[in-house]
Structures are given as C-alpha cells and as structure tokens.
Design a protein around this ligand. Structure first.
Ligand code: 3EB
Length: 348
C-alpha cells in the first residue's frame, strides 16, 4: 500500500504563483510562450481556457493584475457538474460561474450543490486537498429566503463539506467570501495531493466556531494555510482578514481603526504561520487583495497601508484594490494575501 502524501512530501510538479499585469501575460501567450497552468485575473473576465476572472471593480485606476499559476506542462481539463477544472495531475484549479437564474431554489441549496461538485472534482482528479478558495456572490448582505444571503451560503457550504466527509471545522481550507455586483455565485479553488497545514489567529475565535448569532451554520475556513509547493518552496495563503476580535466586529464605521485592527490580525496570522514552517514570511513581502466597501475610502486606505508597510514594499507594489461588499454589513474593508518563500513545513 502506498502511503498518503503528507504536507512534507515534495509534489512531483512544482507550483509557482506570480502576480503580473494581465496584459503582459496575454502578450506572452500571443507571442507563443507556453500558456500558464492558470491565471486568476482581478477585475476582468477571461476568454482563454487558462484564465478566469473576478468580476469586481478595480479601484484607484490600477492596471488589471492576475495571479499567474505555473505547474506541470501536461494539463488536462474538463467539467464536473458546474465545475470547470484544469489539472497537471498534481495541482488542480477549478472554477464555478453561476448566474442569478441558478438561484431559483435559493442560495443555500445552490451553494451545497456547487460545493458537492467541487468535492466530486477533487475525488475524480486525485487532488483531494483544498488549499485555497475564493467565493464571490452578488448582494451578499441582502435578505435571501428569510436569512442574509451570506448566511444561506454558509449553510449550504458547511453542509457540503459534511456530506463529502471533509473537515468543516479544524483543518478547513483558507478562503475568502465577498459580495460583487454582477452575476451569480462564483467559486475558484486550488487543490493539491497533500493536505495543507491550517493556521488560526489567537486574537480571533476560529470562524468555524463563530456563535449562532452570525448565522445557523458557521463559515468554513481557516485563517491561513501553508502548503509545500515543490522545488523547496512553501506557500502561505492568508484568508480574508478584517476588523474582528474574538468573534465581534470592532470599530464600527471607522475605516482607519478597522484598517489598523486588520493589520494587527494579518501580522498575527503571519507570525503564527512562521511557527509552523522553516520559511520566513513577512507581511510586507506578501501580495494582497484589498477589498473596499465604499470606493471613496480606497485612497485613504492605500495611503495608510503605504505608511504602515512602506510605499516601496512588495505589498504596496503588488496590491490590488477591489470594490466589494464584505460579508458582515459592519465591515468596511477586508484584506487577503499570499506569498511563497524557500523552506519546508515542520514535521507534524
Ligand atoms: C471573517 O473573519 C471575515 O466565509 O469564506 C473572511 C474570510 C470572511 C473568508 C468565508 C469570510 C470568509 O469572518 C469574513
């Protein structure tokens, strides 16, 4: 019997990620360069088979950026239910793009069905471990069928994890969930053959343990995840992070204070991650997406971030600012980020 891959096992093909202007990536592909394994573009929707987008409005007149994933050269693609996927046998990038019309039966059953298809995809591809998920849904703070739509989404998502026998509590993947203006439920996910190492934030109650006042079923995500990428590199995926202490939103209506609290949370999560790997991550060297509820706040948020992290930091040079509704109506901003660094995961 062959042993299951562990977080420490180097994968057969290395995964790389780089944030770059989408126009450059497209120009290279047009010039005959090998296309990337996948690209996740912020503020664009793609037509190339390797590209998918997040249909949110880019703020501060930024150039369209894409997270460009490189993996093994032999890529297979296909469809499983509502999931379109690409895999090199080691890594898998999947995409769900639904429309408002798909919500006829409600968002909860739709989320459950979409996630059931995600888990079917993972089983078929032999890439059973979710590393990172991106969730986008329109009108996230609006009432659905007697419940806020984000809470309906949470109920369907958690049930699908339980149905599939996946960890819905400790060991959940890194994720984000944002409200965007157009379209329907939209999920992107990255999976691999070895389990990631989950990371929590001691300043915050784990999201999967939030009390019932935030909805009948808790959100399903860990604060961050570490994964071995091959080639001696480790990835850190920090989930959407906001001005929450314990389980409560703090600094209602105060953008500067929410930003400062969010930075403390981000630094705490990065510090916790560093305790579980020989790699050394610093918030300044990560590549964030900054989601802003009110576009008018974006300039102030950018100025304060530059003050805190250095205008010339990788964080500021690579930052993408997007207009989005945050999943709690009282949150004015949320920041997610990722980085890779040489190292290995500590034996567990
Ligand atoms: C929070 O800490 C803010 O539902 O997948 C952040 C990251 C948030 C992911 C999700 C929600 C999610 O609760 C919201």
């Amino acid at each position: 019997m062959s042993a299951r891959p562990t977080p420490q096992d180097p994968p057969a093909t290395a995964l790389r990620v780089e944030r770059r202007p989408l126009a450059q990536v497209r120009a290279e592909a047009a010039a005959g360069h090998p296309p990337p394994f996948a690209a996740l573009a912020y503020g664009a929707t793609g037509h190339e088979p390797w590209m998918t987008g997040v249909a949110a409005h880019v703020l501060l007149a930024g150039e369209t950026q894409a997270d460009v994933w490189r993996a093994g050269a032999a890529v297979q693609s296909g469809t499983t239910g509502v999931v379109r996927w690409r895999t090199d046998g080691q890594w898998l990038l999947g995409v769900v793009d639904l429309s408002a019309a798909d919500e006829a039966g409600g968002l909860e059953p739709l989320a459950r069905r979409a996630y059931a298809n995600v888990f079917q995809t993972l089983a078929q591809a032999g890439c059973p471990h979710l590393l990172r998920l991106w969730n986008y849904l329109p009108r996230i703070n609006a009432e659905g069928h007697g419940l806020e739509r984000y809470r309906e989404f949470n109920a369907g998502r958690q049930q699908a994890f339980l149905d599939a026998g996946y960890a819905a509590f400790d060991g959940a993947p890194a994720a984000c969930a944002l409200g965007i203006r157009d379209g329907g439920l939209c999920v992107r996910f990255l999976a691999g053959r070895a389990p990631p190492v989950p990371v929590e934030n001691p300043r915050q109650v784990s999201a999967y343990r939030y009390p019932e006042r935030y909805g009948p079923r808790a959100p399903t995500f860990s604060r961050a995840a570490l994964a071995q990428l091959g080639g001696g590199e480790v990835a850190l995926f920090v989930s959407g992070t906001a001005s929450i202490v314990g389980h409560e939103t703090v600094h209602h209506g105060d953008v500067p204070a929410q930003l400062a609290e969010t930075l403390v949370n981000l630094r705490t999560v990065v510090g916790e991650a560093n305790r579980r790997t020989t790699a050394r991550f610093a918030l300044e060297d990560t590549e964030p997406v900054v989601y802003v509820r009110h576009p008018a706040d974006a300039g102030d948020i950018r100025r304060r971030l530059a003050e805190a992290l250095g205008a010339e930091s990788r964080f500021m040079r690579q930052a993408v600012f997007l207009e989005a509704d945050i999943c709690r109506a009282d949150l004015l901003l949320e920041i997610e980020t990722h980085a890779t660094a040489p190292g290995r995961l500590d034996p567990t």
